[in-house]
Design a protein around this ligand. Structure first.
Ligand code: GUN
Ligand code: FE
Length: 445
């Protein structure tokens, strides 16, 4: 297959932006990036895609998502984290059955793909985790996912399991799903957060990841002031200090949020090479705070982006996260921080590095997987000048998911001309509404 775009934002080590170049793909891998050559194209009887008005970029990587929550969009607005969990999210997640979970996951995957996200790290949910894995496999999206672990829950008692059965179940799940779908699916051990996990669960799930090379440890940390006060009351330590003291943070640990973090903890993040997943929409909407991302970047700490879940955002668009990641820091640190190119990288190659997938995705280079997005940057909302670098500004400051034209993962089209090739939106919405209605009835009973 050959793709001929207007230009290519490679995101390679040299950040080259190529014009009059094409990309050739074989068996899902980028095998050639060369100057346009009509003679060469003639050899191809079919599968030459001319998108001479569109910009080719690497697929976006989101490092903190809750697919199981997509169904709950708009049902938990204007609350702070612990109320949001106690009054809405835990009761709703607790009421999921396989059908409602499937609808939620499909809605989420569809939205992510239509918005150009091709890789995600998902937090899972307490029950029916296999439904999430099966749909991730069916969709062909690239994902690291795992069962959300909860063995203590003072906020909502019904929503927990016991330590040993949690550990038994995740071992089986990891054995079943880790490195499946040609390596596109990996396991991510996912203790929900300190307040819902015993020390044993946190430690043993961390130990278990050593049995599954390439798997990750994924949790929430230091998100909300009341949350960290409770962590301190229970463990007499700050959140990240506590993680460090029990030995569960290393370079395969992804911590969502990291807002309320002191200098000593920042040093622990750096020293342990921890990955920070920054979720600005969620952090603002839940009133959690603003993470000191410029400081993390200055110290060389890995930062990437995630939309979190639909009910705390209320979108799964990487474009919202990029725009906010840039804008919220400027009044605090000055307008020169978080420039468009830096932020674009957080959503692509830095996301790939955070997940240890940088040899496969995150940039457009020969040998990498063809996880690619075509953007239309020629609309009324985009800039009129044709400077190479304006492409980053157009993507980060001016684009939305509406600017995404087509999306492929490992050489397979998932979105073509703004249409999902996976799901029928009308049917998906209809089914999701039915499932949500039934779920809300279960919550009441
Ligand atoms: N902390 C524990 N669970 C959650 C969740 O579902 N969303 C967010 N934003 N924070 C959490
Ligand atoms: Fe989250």
């Amino acid at each position: 297959m050959i793709i001929i775009p207007k230009n290519i934002v490679t995101d390679d080590g040299k950040d080259r932006i190529l014009k009059n170049h094409f990309v050739e793909i074989e068996n899902g891998i980028i095998v050639r990036i060369s100057k346009n050559d009509e003679k060469y194209f003639k050899k191809y009887k079919s599968d030459v895609y001319r998108f001479e008005n569109l910009t080719l970029i690497p697929g976006f990587v989101q490092t903190h998502i809750h697919l199981c929550q997509t169904l709950f969009r708009g049902l938990a607005d204007d609350l702070e984290l612990l109320d949001w969990l106690q009054l809405r999210i835990f009761p709703y997640e607790n009421a999921h059955n396989k059908n409602s979970l499937l609808s939620s996951v499909r809605l989420g995957i569809n939205e992510l793909l239509l918005g150009g996200t091709t890789t995600l790290l998902d937090m899972g949910t307490l029950r029916h985790q296999e439904v999430i894995f099966e749909e991730l496999q069916n969709s062909g999206i690239r994902a690291i996912a795992g069962k959300c672990l909860i063995d203590e829950n003072d906020l909502f008692h019904a929503f927990k399991s016991d330590t040993i059965s949690e550990l038994d179940e995740i071992y089986q799940l990891a054995k079943t799903y880790h490195n499946t779908s040609n390596g596109k699916i990996k396991y991510g051990f996912a203790p929900r957060f300190v307040l819902s996990c015993s020390e044993k669960l946190l430690k043993e799930s961390f130990e278990m990841k050593k049995d599954f090379a390439g798997s990750l440890y994924h949790t929430h940390s230091s998100e909300n002031k009341n949350e960290i006060a409770e962590v301190k009351r229970r463990h007499n330590k700050e959140n990240i200090e506590y993680f460090d003291s029990i030995g569960v943070i290393d370079d395969h640990s992804v911590l969502a949020h990291c807002i309320h973090v002191n200098d000593k903890e920042t040093e622990l993040l750096r020293k342990n090479n921890v990955r920070v997943s920054h979720c600005p929409s969620s952090n603002l909407k839940l009133g959690s705070g603003i993470a000191n991302i410029p400081k993390y970047l200055k110290k060389g700490i890995s930062v990437s982006l995630g939309a979190d879940g639909a009910p705390c955002n209320n979108n799964l668009s990487i474009f919202n996260e990029m725009r906010l990641a840039a804008l919220i820091q400027k009044p605090i640190h000055g307008s020169t921080v978080m420039d468009a190119k830096t932020v674009f990288k957080l959503a692509t190659i830095e996301g790939a590095k955070a997940l240890h997938l940088q040899n496969e995705v995150g940039s457009i280079e020969v040998g990498k997987k063809a996880d690619l997005v075509l953007m239309d940057l020629n609309t009324n909302v985009h800039s009129m000048h044709e400077n190479d670098e304006s492409v980053y500004s157009d993507i980060v400051y001016s684009s939305s998911s509406d600017s995404v034209h087509s999306v492929m993962i490992e050489g397979e089209w998932k979105v073509l001309n703004k249409k999902s090739l996976l799901y029928n939106q009308t049917e998906l919405n209809q089914k999701s509404k039915e499932e949500l209605k039934k779920l809300l009835k279960r919550v009441q009973n």
